[in-house]
Design a protein around this ligand. Structure first.
Ligand code: F6R
Length: 643
């Protein structure tokens, strides 16, 4: 276990802020493969000793790719599960094993049904036993693990509140397998699976911290920006019952496996100069200086040599000579990111502007993963591009149909009925479709997946809202494109993997418009992963098209919005907004009525989308202001993607 030390007291090589062994991989795919191969090795080693391998398994979105890789190894004939015994961490209570949200069902679908494991070797905490029988069940569950000589490896995910298994904040280090009341963050994060907060069970049966700590090996996986904060606390913070994952700092054989996004708040990423020699390129200098200014609460131009020396930046100072020179360089660089002309300013020099001046009128293609991301994340910039005379197109990548409430769908079906009967329109196709949808909705069970007719209605509702926004901003209907990418159309939170048709659709629209600018959501923290898939499709399409001559003139800008913002040092274009523009953007977001006043997927943030967008844009403006720049009401930020 690494020990936390004051960074300036020791040689750099000896310094680590991480109190637990940690390995960071480029992405979840790479990391999951490594973990799957470690599990495979354990199985082979135990089997070679003539013993079964005893695995502790987790559910949730995080370990899915590990299971997919294990299935692949089995299919390739490289691994057998004949002599494997598994114990899962938890199950909701109460929960029928065949319910969509059941962890019994999850494990069957994600692993057990696809490998040669004997059903009697798979153990999962009960969701069905009566309350009075639970204590005995829990005791026996632990006893079974002990009898087998303990868990050879325990796989863990981590909740945003730091839970492992369903050991919520407050769980003690010696807690046993038991019935646990779920924390509000956990329940909110599960609303996507259950349809609404009210339907999320209040309790779960979970393996205790003690059993997890007794595993011979523990591997905790965390992927995505939404885990970055808790990962920092679990790895660099004190051991505390407030973050149960921090108990793992005391485990003798543990490793945290992260992707770059979940590791992004760690000191090794935030302040790498404190830990190792860094190359002081422009980005690193900008990162260090903005970090220093913000942590000292000083504008950039007021930073002194002493500030640099006292905060681990003497190396940087040695490279540049004086604080004054570094300050000026970074200040000017940031100054040049600010522009009210996101499509370029044709009557001015573009030497110090983020975008080219020419062509003066650009063809712009905004990709919006869901039907409201364009306006939520870059509504101010969208409006400016239109007002400044560019030919702006929007491509809505998915239908967004799962986020429409049933009530809303019924309201529109009623409207259609009333409309048709008023004007005596008698259309059989429409009638059958809508009757089917209405009948289904009237009997719909909790979390039942919508039939295609209902999804169609819900998709149309969102399409109408997107059109209303485009009308409001002022682009013609011919510039509005609905791609309806097929990977999204499962009717459930769980989407299909990206496929060839998805990439083709994206590639076709780029080829058709031949844009000078593409704006895309680089928002990887979307908890349902849709933004990530949409971005992957765009990157892949660009990769295939990059040899086309029109691509030489195409610049790609990534925006963020509903879930996270770029770090200040990453921002390459900052588009300020006046109070009136902020209000105008808000009205544009209001066009998405199905996403207002209590949405299907509220997540753990109780604010409405327009509030989240405003808070974020204001926060970016405040950061610029703190660093010593003019005080704007709000700022939308972009990073350029070089292909
Ligand atoms: C699941 C479990 C939980 C999850 C955690 C993260 O068996 O015990 O601790 O690992 O809630 O969930 P995801 O991976 O969905 O973010």
């Amino acid at each position: 276990m690494n020990v936390l030390v004051e960074p300036l007291e020791l040689e750099k090589e000896a310094i680590s802020f991480e109190r637990v062994p940690t390995k960071i991989y480029k992405d979840a795919n790479e990391a999951s493969k490594v973990v799957a191969h470690e599990i495979a090795q354990i199985i082979r080693r135990k089997n070679a000793q003539g013993k079964p391998a005893v695995l502790g398994l987790a559910t949730g979105s995080t370990p899915k790719k590990v299971y997919a890789e294990l299935i692949q190894l089995y299919k390739n004939g490289e691994l057998s599960f004949e002599n494997v015994i598994t114990f899962n961490l938890d199950e909701y209570y109460p929960m029928q094993p065949d319910a969509i949200q059941s962890y019994h069902r999850f494990m069957k679908e994600q692993l057990f049904d696809h490998v040669n494991i004997a059903p009697e070797n798979c153990h999962i905490p009960t969701g069905t036993l009566p309350l009075e029988k639970l204590p005995i069940f829990c005791k026996e569950y632990e006893a079974q693990i002990e009898e087998l000589g303990g868990l050879d490896i325990q796989i863990l995910g981590i909740g945003r509140n730091g839970h492992i298994g369903f050991n919520e904040p407050g769980s003690l280090v010696n807690s046993r397998t038991r019935l646990m009341t779920l924390d509000i963050t956990t329940r909110m994060d599960a609303t996507g699976d259950f349809g609404s907060l009210a339907k999320v069970p209040r309790r779960a049966v979970t393996m205790g911290i003690k059993a997890i700590m007794e595993a011979k090996r523990v591997v905790l996986l965390a992927f995505g920006e939404h885990k970055a904060q808790v990962i920092k606390e679990a790895i660099e913070g004190p051991v505390s019952e407030k973050i149960p994952a921090s108990y793992l700092q005391g485990h003798h054989n543990v490793r945290f496996i992260l992707d770059e996004a979940s590791a992004s708040e760690l000191s090794s990423r935030k302040k790498p100069w404190l830990l190792e020699e860094v190359v002081w390129d422009k980005t690193m200098v900008k990162k260090a200086v903005t970090n220093l200014a913000l942590s000292l609460d000083k504008p950039i131009l007021k930073l002194t040599n002493r500030d640099y020396n006292e905060n681990g930046l003497s190396d940087l100072l040695a490279n540049y000579g004086q604080a004054y020179d570094i300050n000026l360089q970074v200040f000017q660089n940031l100054q040049h990111t600010i522009t009210g002309w996101p499509g370029g300013k044709s009557l001015a020099s573009d030497a110090n502007r983020p975008e080219r001046a020419f062509p003066a009128q650009k063809r712009v293609l905004i990709f919006s993963p869901h039907p409201d991301d364009d306006i939520i994340s870059m509504g101010g910039t969208f409006q400016r591009l239109v007002d400044q005379g560019h030919d702006v197109h929007v491509a809505y990548q998915t239908s967004g149909n799962i986020a429409v409430a049933d009530d809303e769908a019924l309201r529109f079906i009623d409207f259609m009925d009333d409309f048709n009967s008023t004007f005596e329109i008698d259309n059989k196709i429409y009638k059958t479709l809508f009757d089917e949808a209405r009948t289904f909705l009237s009997k719909k069970k909790d979390s039942e997946i919508d039939i295609p007719a209902v999804r169609y209605v819900k998709g149309l509702i969102r399409q109408g809202e997107a059109k209303a926004t485009c009308r409001f901003v002022g682009i013609p209907a011919t510039n509005v494109h609905f791609l309806n990418m097929p990977f999204y159309e499962t009717g459930a939170v769980q989407k299909n993997p990206i496929g060839e048709p998805d990439i083709q659709i994206v590639s076709d629209i780029i080829s058709e418009i031949k844009p000078h600018q593409i704006f895309a959501a680089g928002d990887l923290a979307d908890p349902h992963g849709t933004h990530k898939v949409c971005l992957d499709a765009i990157f892949e399409a660009i990769e295939r098209l990059k040899k086309e001559s029109f691509m030489n003139d195409c610049w790609v800008w990534l925006y963020r919005g509903a879930w996270a913002e770029w770090d200040i040092h990453e921002i390459e274009m900052a588009v300020p907004m006046s109070p009136t523009q902020v209000l105008q953007k808000r009205h544009g977001i209001f066009k998405h009525q199905s996403q207002k006043d209590g949405v299907v997927f509220q997540g753990s943030d109780s604010r409405e989308f327009w509030q989240r967008a405003e808070d974020r844009n204001q926060a970016t403006a405040e950061l610029y202001n703190k660093l010593g720049f003019a005080e704007y009401a709000a700022i939308e930020a972009f990073v350029r993607y070089h292909f």
